[in-house]
Design a protein around this ligand. Structure first.
Ligand code: GAL
Length: 400
């Protein structure tokens, strides 16, 4: 009797435990657990972008294999906005006649849709932004099925920061942070897993507070341009920011210029390599319907993408500088280490041979995989390395 009541009691306890385990709410999946990947209209189309360009981009993401390589967001940047009506509802302009239909089109291809606004009255291109309509806009994005919002400071300075606190920098920063927090809260209130991208060019050390306002990524600098000095300058600004980046909240050195402007093939490869080392969001910005095979090969290199998307989410640190050669390393989830040797200089490094220091950087000699050629190479202490100008040696060193 005692024994069976014991069993009953134990059974009830187990049952109660099982029920509470079943009814415990599952934690929501982390938004942007790895750096967001996709394509954004600005770098190629700028103000000219239309609904048809976005549809073409979605089609090309599928046709080129970019979607299957991990690029899922199709992000409309500035210039989709029309005017608000008497109820404050923001309408699209004639370039984007049916945003809900466009979201459906993008979703039907296994992709996600991103949109753009800002905390001021106007966007950077002078279109209508969200000041005073944050909740209303966030709800509308969610109703359309938007999955990503880039929120760009633009006229908030002139509309709010300067009128309220012209000579008070700390107060200006407080106002700006509050504005980003307001939209962060509005997005969260929709209950949809919308990626929140802060764009205010790295002001007021955004990496220190970006995550606290709900940001999943934040620009760390001004706009990237499709030339090597711009890419090198932005890369340089990322040194020292590694501790602020991680799953769900990433430093954003701006979108990719791979395939744009006059970047050489080496420069395109180095740009992509270094963004992957930085665990940067990978938002292509090129002309997808006319993408050259060699550009596609860069953007879809599986092992370089895996580096960017490594689940440990540790951004690379610059660990060594010798003239125009820089070494960056990052630890990876499986114990491997990624090493990038970058030649910033105008000449091939062989003209002033560079010798790879391993032991002093905690790296070991032995086999490593060159992520661009796919070949195994033998790393040796102080081995001479020859790298073309504005190119990179990118290797994955297996754990010892
Ligand atoms: C800039 C932003 C660019 C682009 C542009 C649109 O402020 O940094 O990435 O979004 O505005 O007007």
């Amino acid at each position: 009797m005692r024994c069976s009541s014991c069993l009953v009691a134990a059974g009830l306890l187990l049952c109660a435990l099982a029920t509470s385990a079943q009814s415990a709410p599952k934690p929501a999946p982390l938004v942007a657990a790895t750096p967001p990947m996709g394509w954004n209209s600005w770098n190629f189309f700028a103000e000219k972008v239309t609904e048809q360009d976005i549809k073409n981009a979605a089609d090309q993401m599928v046709a080129t294999g970019m979607r299957d390589a991990g690029y899922v967001y199709i992000n409309i940047d500035d210039t989709w906005e029309g005017e608000r009506d008497a109820q404050g509802i923001l309408h699209t302009n004639s370039k984007f006649p049916d945003m809900k239909g466009l979201a459906d089109y993008v979703h039907a291809r296994g992709l996600k849709l991103g949109i753009y606004s800002g905390p001021g009255a106007k966007t950077c291109a002078g279109y209508t932004a969200s000041l005073g309509h944050e909740e209303q806009d966030a709800k509308m994005y969610a109703d359309w099925g938007v999955d990503y919002l880039k929120y760009d400071l633009c006229s908030f300075r002139e509309d709010v920061m300067y009128p309220k606190a012209l000579h008070d920098r700390p107060e200006q920063a407080r106002l700006m942070i509050a504005a980003y927090a307001k939209m962060g809260k509005a997005i969260q209130s929709t209950g949809k897993p919308i990626v929140y991208s802060l764009c205010q060019y790295g002001w007021d050390s955004v990496w220190e507070w970006g995550a606290s306002v709900g940001g999943n990524l934040w620009r760390t600098t001004g706009d990237v341009e499709a030339n090597w000095p711009s890419i090198a300058m932005i890369l340089n600004a990322q040194a020292g920011l590694a501790d602020y980046s991680g799953p769900g909240h990433w430093n954003d050195p701006d979108m990719l210029e791979v395939g744009n402007g006059d970047l050489s093939l080496d420069e395109n490869r180095a740009h992509f390599s270094m963004w992957a080392m930085l665990a940067a969001p990978l938002l292509a910005g090129n002309d997808l319907p006319h993408m050259k095979p060699e550009i596609k090969a860069i953007l879809t290199n599986k092992e370089v993408i895996a580096l960017d998307q490594d689940p440990l989410g540790k951004q690379a640190r610059r660990v060594y500088v010798d003239g125009e050669v820089e070494l960056w390393t990052r630890p990876l989830a499986n114990g491997d280490t990624a090493l990038a040797v970058l030649n910033h200089g105008p000449e091939r490094v062989a003209t002033h041979p560079f010798h790879l220091p391993l032991a002093s950087l905690g790296l070991h000699a032995g086999p490593a995989k060159n992520l661009w050629t796919g070949a195994m190479i033998a790393l040796a202490e102080n081995m001479p390395v020859e790298i073309a100008r504005h190119d990179v040696l990118l290797v994955r060193i297996p754990a010892k």
